[in-house]
Design a protein around this ligand. Structure first.
Ligand SMILES: CC(C)(COP(=O)(O)OP(=O)(O)OC[C@H]1O[C@@H](n2cnc3c(N)ncnc32)[C@H](O)[C@@H]1OP(=O)(O)O)[C@@H](O)C(=O)NCCC(=O)NCCS
Length: 150
């Protein structure tokens, strides 16, 4: 049984994660993910995106990643901005681990509302997200954690 570690992204993981995005959604999405990953290492931590990776502890291979980012929409509001695994790593509960770590850290920061866009609403429903509207196949989903304030 492979041992998988979920940890914070390091700068050296950027190119692997960018390629995971490119294979799934193409060049434009990969460029956008790249810029967001760079921001994790250049911005003040409290304002920057926060990325995590899933790594095979034996081989050191990064097989997936996820991220959240604070938004200025309201006080203590956050976006879940990416989650993707290499095709061979799917269906093994790693997406669950990469989402649980985001939920845990947003809760630690006192987050009150999380928003995301996804083509896979069934996956996020399991974590308590509800679809608000669907745009071109993308579900805008939200999860309320506490009282929303301005
Ligand atoms: C979507 C994704 C992150 C899920 O990760 P995963 O590790 O394969 O999922 P898990 O094994 O943790 O599955 C957890 C649960 O969600 C369900 N699930 C997984 N993918 C699903 C999907 N596409 N639609 C509906 N339910 C899904 C599983 O059946 C499982 O249900 P269970 O708890 O009843 O057994 C992964 O398949 C992936 O990287 N897909 C490509 C990128 C992508 O679509 N990202 C989503 C953002 S748009």
């Amino acid at each position: 049984m492979e041992r998988i570690e979920i940890r914070e992204m390091k700068h050296r993981d950027i190119s692997t994660c960018e390629e995971i995005v490119r294979d799934e959604w193409g060049d434009v999405a990969a460029d956008r993910a790249h810029d967001q990953m760079i921001r994790m290492f250049t911005m003040r931590p409290a304002d920057s995106p926060q990325f995590y990776v899933a790594e095979n502890a034996e081989t050191g291979e990064v097989i997936g990643f996820s991220a959240f980012e604070p938004t200025s929409l309201m006080k203590d509001t956050y976006d879940f901005i990416w989650i993707a695994l290499k095709p061979s790593a799917r269906g093994k509960k790693l997406g669950t681990l990469l989402t649980e770590v985001r939920l845990r850290d947003v809760e630690k920061r006192g987050g009150k509302l999380i928003c995301l866009m996804t083509e896979k609403p069934g996956f996020f429903k399991k974590f308590g997200f509800q679809t608000v509207e669907i745009f071109d196949g993308w579900n805008l989903m939200v999860k309320k954690l506490g009282k929303v304030e301005i």
